[in-house]
Design a protein around this ligand. Structure first.
Ligand code: MN
Length: 314
């Protein structure tokens, strides 16, 4: 990389005099925008899309609904969740920490995720699906703690065949932190951390980490500076440099360093979302995420003409 001794000396001097330059600074801390129900099953706060958090700063992610721990009473009859609805142009990624979520789509995929599992559903060219609490969870009641992300697809993959990755907790490698591994752990869902690679297949480069940190433990993640990077604090309190964030807050990192670092002030649970921005126009309308209004219109026409396939009747 460096062809002359002079260049090497200059680089070393710059690094040693300002090591902080290697770390990303915090661009902003965002709070919840308020809560709403998705169907009658998911009590969530939409952190983005939001007027305060521009789409290009969170790309390739387009939406994040976070549902903090919510208690549900036993329900003897009926379902909780959201019935058949279409999607096109992106992926829905559902993470469950407590509770149990069942998915079924008209491309033939079905699955139930429980604590620690992730469901990575690729709508791409189009599907109908339903998302409910698992039947046994509905009957027994209990605590639900979940997140749903919408991960955008690049233009060239938006009309691909739908797909489905059931990623169980057992599939997700865990990296222990701290002395004798007592500082917590990082579950690697996508991308690389600590020399292990997460199981999720992604269309564009994405790093998704689910970290549990003991007090004073440090989460250090090397990422290309081009990646957008967000840390969602689900529990506890952390700081990045002089900026502090607590449960229910989201830290948006600036794209100004080769890595990022968070330090836990107490027992903390943090979800790190990072990825290469797509750099393509984003038009989101309801359940569709495309590149132009014309493609949104096409999606609506295709739904009305039954081109996303029949909805199972039962
Ligand atoms: Mn959906």
């Amino acid at each position: 990389m460096h062809t002359t001794p002079e260049t090497q000396v200059t680089t070393k001097a710059a690094v040693s005099s300002d090591a902080q330059r290697l770390l990303r600074s915090v661009e902003a801390v965002h709070g919840s925008t308020g809560f709403h129900w998705v169907g009658n099953g998911f009590h969530v706060s939409t952190y983005f899309p939001s007027a305060k958090l521009p789409a290009e700063r969170v790309s390739p992610f387009v939406l994040m609904d976070y549902g903090p721990p919510t208690d549900f009473a036993p329900l003897a009859k009926g379902k909780r969740g959201v019935g058949w609805h279409p999607h096109r142009g992106f992926e829905t990624v559902t993470l469950a920490w407590e509770g149990s979520v069942a998915h079924r789509d008209n491309a033939g995929h079905a699955g139930t995720i429980g604590p620690g599992d992730v469901q990575w559903m690729t709508a791409a060219g189009g599907i109908f699906h339903e998302e409910f609490h698992a039947e046994s969870f509905t009957r027994d009641g209990g605590r639900m703690h979940m997140m749903q992300l919408w991960v955008n697809l690049p233009r060239k993959d938006k009309m691909q065949k739908p797909g489905y990755q059931p990623i169980t907790a057992a599939d997700i490698p865990s990296v222990a932190l701290g002395q004798a591994g007592k500082g917590g752990h990082v579950r690697v869902i996508a991308g690389d951390f600590g020399g292990v690679r997460g199981p999720a297949h992604t269309f564009t480069p994405i790093t998704m980490l689910d970290a549990s940190l003991k007090p004073n433990e440090r989460l250090s993640v090397a990422l290309p500076s081009s990646y957008n990077a967000i840390a969602v604090v689900a529990k506890g309190r952390v700081h990045a440099g002089s900026i502090s964030a607590g449960a229910g807050e989201l830290v948006l990192f600036a794209n100004d360093g080769a890595g990022l670092e968070l330090v836990a002030d107490e027992d903390a649970h943090v979800i790190l979302l990072a990825g290469e921005p797509l750099g393509e126009p984003i038009v989101q309308y309801g359940p569709f995420v495309m590149n132009s209004m014309q493609e949104i219109q096409q999606a609506m026409n295709d739904v009305h003409r039954g081109k996303l396939g029949p909805i199972p009747q039962d």
